[in-house]
Design a binder for this molecule. Structure first.
Ligand SMILES: [Zn+2]
Length: 285
């Protein structure tokens, strides 16, 4: 029998790393813009915009609707869900991945299609959810957005789409790419009927979403600092064998080059959209 056995229960134990984390977790956030530590409550009150440097944190789809619509909204096509047309498997089955995402986000796919008032005017609004497989556009996202466009056309209601997406959904292959053409064609009818479509691009908006509806707005409006592009900078650099300029694919750079109509800070976004709709449709009756 060892004669230097310590009685572990006799000494007060330092709190485990896990316990310590739980107590302070969530109170403070490190800003990706200025690297300073900010109080989460101050960040919440400032619409997830850094109080020190103005860096715009990402918002989820529901928070976005809450920010831009006056109160309650009605949701359309809530039950649509992907059928896994290719029987796709990568590191796991696509159906499993979908199931996991549906559980963690509480959504059936990566977009919420809603109708509600924006400063008193009824609008249709689609809000993409980046947390759902990178906000990628498969058949469901494509169909919900197309239906929102058709609904806008039928009821003569302005449409706003808030994008946050990595692009087309690889797991749905060509079915996913087809959505780009489908949505773009529907938007053409909306344009012919002279019903406004405002596109809001948030961080990040890339790939097939940028290459279709996100850039087809009567106004294309971005949030400050948003990454907006088609292919990623590394792919472009390797293809053209040139170093890319500073700020490449950021909202301010694109505004400067004429790719965007405006860069609007989040606290001003709702009023900006309302003003734009006043301009297109006349003041609210
Ligand atoms: Zn900051």
């Amino acid at each position: 029998m060892p004669w230097f056995t310590r009685d572990k229960t006799a000494r007060p134990q330092a709190p485990a790393e896990e316990d310590r984390k739980v107590k302070t977790e969530g109170l403070w956030v490190k800003c990706d813009g200025c690297r300073q530590i900010i109080w989460r409550k101050a960040l919440d009150e400032n619409l997830q915009v850094c109080t020190k440097c103005g860096y715009h944190f990402r918002l989820d789809a529901v928070a976005r609707l809450r920010l831009l619509l006056d109160g309650e909204w009605e949701e359309f096509d809530k039950g649509l869900t992907s059928t896994d047309p290719l029987g796709f498997v990568d590191s796991r089955r696509y159906t499993e991945r979908l199931g996991g995402m549906q559980k963690s986000t509480g959504l059936r796919d990566a977009v919420i299609s809603a109708g509600g008032a924006l400063n008193g005017r009824y609008v249709h609004m689609c809000s993409l959810e980046l947390k759902f497989i990178g906000g990628s556009m498969g058949a469901v996202v494509g169909e919900k957005i197309t239906r929102a466009i058709e609904r806008s056309l039928e009821r003569r209601v302005p449409l706003i789409i808030v994008s946050a997406s990595g692009g087309a959904r690889m797991q749905e292959g060509a079915v996913s790419l087809m959505q780009m053409a489908k949505i773009s064609a529907a938007l053409m009818y909306l344009d012919e009927a002279r019903i406004p479509f405002l596109s809001v691009l948030t961080d990040p908006t890339t790939g097939g979403v940028t290459a279709s509806f996100a850039m087809l707005g009567d106004l294309n409006i971005a949030e400050p600092g948003a990454l907006i592009g088609f292919a990623g900078p590394r792919v472009i650099e390797q293809t053209i064998r040139q170093k890319l300029p500073q700020g490449f694919q950021r909202a301010e750079f694109l505004l400067n080059k004429g790719m965007l109509d405006a860069v609007v800070k989040r606290p001003d976004l709702k009023d900006y959209l309302a003003q734009a709709l006043d301009f297109f449709c006349g003041p609210v009756a």
